[in-house]
Ligand binder design. Sequence first.
Ligand SMILES: [Ca+2]
Ligand SMILES: [Ca+2]
Length: 251
Amino acid sequence: MKTASVIRSAALAAILLSLSAPALAQHAGDIGVGRTAAGRLTPRPFVPGEPTPSFDVVTGVGVLTAIPEPPAPPTSFRSTDPGFDANFAADPARDYYPLESGASIRLVAVSDLEPAFRVRYSSQTIRLAGDFVSLGSYQLHRHPIWIVDCTDPGYDPLRTLWFGTFILRDVGSTAYADSAPFTLRFSIVACEAGDVNGDGAVDFDDIDPFVAALGGGAAVPVEQRCAADCNRDGYVTFDDIDPFVAALSGS
Ligand SMILES: [Ca+2]
Ligand SMILES: [Ca+2]
C-alpha cells in the first residue's frame, strides 16, 4: 500500500504544523443580488457572523434532499436553497449596493451544467450554456429549484457533488453590466471536506477513512466519499490528497 504510506507521511508532516479545524463552509442564507458602485451586478460578498447570513458563493455548498426519502432509491435530489435575495443592506466597504428600480435580473448559465443537474423556476429550466431563469426585479426574492435527476442517462451515482457556473444579467432599464462568473456547488449529503469520519473535527482520525474512501468506490458510504472529496470536484481521487493534508493542517 504505497499510496497509504505516502498519505500517512504527508499527513504526519502536516501535524507538525499547528492543527486547527478549517472554517466551516457557509451553507446558510440566500445569495445576495446587488451591484457595485460602478454598476456591475454581483453576488453579495460573504460577511462572517452577520445577523442575516448570505450564502458564500465562493466556498458554500448547497445540500440537496433525496426524493423519495431513504431507504427507497432516489429518483432525484432537490432543494430550493439557496435562493436569491436583493434585500440585503448596502456594504460600501465591499463595494456592494442594492439594485435600483428598473432592474430585471436573470440567472444565466455560462457553460453546460453537469449531466443530470438542472435549475428550474416555473416553466424555465437551466441545463445548457445560455439557459436562464428569471429572478425578478430590484426587490427580488426568489427560490429556484436545484435538481439532480437520477433518471437522467448522465446521472452518475458515484458523484457526490454537482456544480454549475453562472452569471447575473440585467435585462431591465438599469442595464447593469453582467456579473463575473461564479460557480455554485451542491452536494447530495451534508459533509465537511476533510471530516471523513464525520465526528465534527478534521484530525488524524480522518486519515484511515480517507485512505479507505480513495480506493473504496461505491462500497464507501456516500457521506464518507463526500467528505473525502476535498477539492470538491465530485469524486474521490488522488487529486484530493493535497487538499486533505491542507485541511489536516488547518490551512
Ligand atoms: Ca473527523
Ligand atoms: Ca475530488
